[in-house]
Design a binder for this molecule. Structure first.
Ligand code: PEP
Ligand code: MG
Length: 323
């Protein structure tokens, strides 16, 4: 099966009845991008930029970031590269920033877009680097941990200011750069149709969405079993998000670990996602799994999954559908 998967890894993933689902890679370094392309990634659905900021004494400069983003985009050629802005959290201290102040609930604290909006210089430096790398490359920006429409507007305002500066300095960038958000906070799901009016795409982050929907810290073993992307409560949130995106006519992908779970493939395709973004190693088998599905069957499995009472029941349902 692995060998067969390698043979088809560089083809598009299309269901038996003709629905194409993009298969992208999640990456967190320059070396990952080569592995992603070798495994058949059609793009990068999530570049985690935290690696640029961790384990060092000072923040990365604009030049340093620009060089890295450009190098990754070059390996991808014309394939899309979705760069997520810094998603640092209260649990990951950065000595050169104010972050690292202990918080009682770091996952409910000062992280992601909240931290970036409160650190405009740091945020602008990253946006400048991303915009500069966007000249001649298929780069999109993605904002993490969005909970409110105001956060998106504030971030877009800062992006617009950075564009003005670059324009005035005669520095090239893609004026029409697409801006998207991670949907990983339940509040974002609740107002998804409002958020969809503000952005070009959604990418659902089920790692965080699962813990926030279930009110269960993913690092606390006592409640860890509740944090399950296949729980119907989480799947219903995924469905709501996809419906809001479809109504608004924007693209919607999913980049949490759930996308790489073989038991989730039929459900996620059936719910109507345009893209699944997974760790590079998972790409060949995911493409095989999509090619074996029919969209009609996948839609039926998805509808039935939403009516189950537990993640265990959802798994049983999927397993049953395969036999
Ligand atoms: C997620 O939350 O699902 C996600 C992809 O982001 P991260 O795992 O980096 O928080
Ligand atoms: Mg997340």
């Amino acid at each position: 099966a692995q060998q067969q998967a390698r043979a088809t890894a560089h083809q598009l993933a299309i269901t038996r009845d003709g629905r194409q689902v993009s298969v992208f890679a999640n990456i967190g370094s320059i070396s990952d991008v080569q592995v992603a392309v070798a495994n058949g990634a059609e793009g990068v659905g999530l570049l985690r930029t935290e690696f640029l900021y961790l384990d060092r004494a000072t923040a990365p400069t604009e030049e340093e970031q620009f060089t890295v983003y450009q190098a990754i985009a070059q390996v991808l050629e014309r394939r899309p590269l979705i760069i997520r802005t810094l998603d640092i959290g209260g649990d990951k201290p950065l000595p050169y920033l104010k972050i690292g102040v202990r918080e009682a609930n770091p996952f409910l604290g000062w992280r992601g877009i909240r931290f970036c909006l409160d650190s405009p210089e740091l945020f602008k430096t990253q946006l400048r680097a991303i915009l500069r790398a966007s000249a001649g490359h298929n780069i999109k920006v993605m904002l993490p941990m969005i909970a409110t429409v105001s956060e998106v507007r504030a971030a877009k305002q800062i992006l617009a200011e950075v564009k003005v500066q670059l324009r005035q300095a005669g520095i090239p960038f893609n004026e029409a750069i697409a801006v998207g958000i991670m949907v990983e906070v339940p509040a974002a799901v609740a107002v998804a149709e409002r958020l969809a009016a503000e952005v070009d795409f959604f990418s659902i982050g089920t790692n965080d969405l699962s813990q926030y929907v279930m009110a269960s810290d993913r690092t606390n073993p006592r409640v860890a079993t509740l944090v399950d992307g296949l729980h119907p409560a989480v799947l219903r949130m995924v469905q709501q998000t996809i419906q809001a995106a479809q109504t608004a006519g924007i693209w919607v992908g999913l980049c949490g670990e759930l996308a790489a779970d073989p038991l989730a493939t039929a459900i996620l395709v059936g719910l109507g996602l345009n893209e699944l973004s997974v760790n590079p190693q998972a790409i060949p088998m995911l493409k095989v799994a999509i090619a074996q599905l029919s969209l009609a069957e996948a839609e039926a499995i998805a509808a039935s999954a939403l009516q189950q009472d537990s993640a265990t029941d959802v798994r049983a349902l999927v397993q049953q559908s395969r036999s």
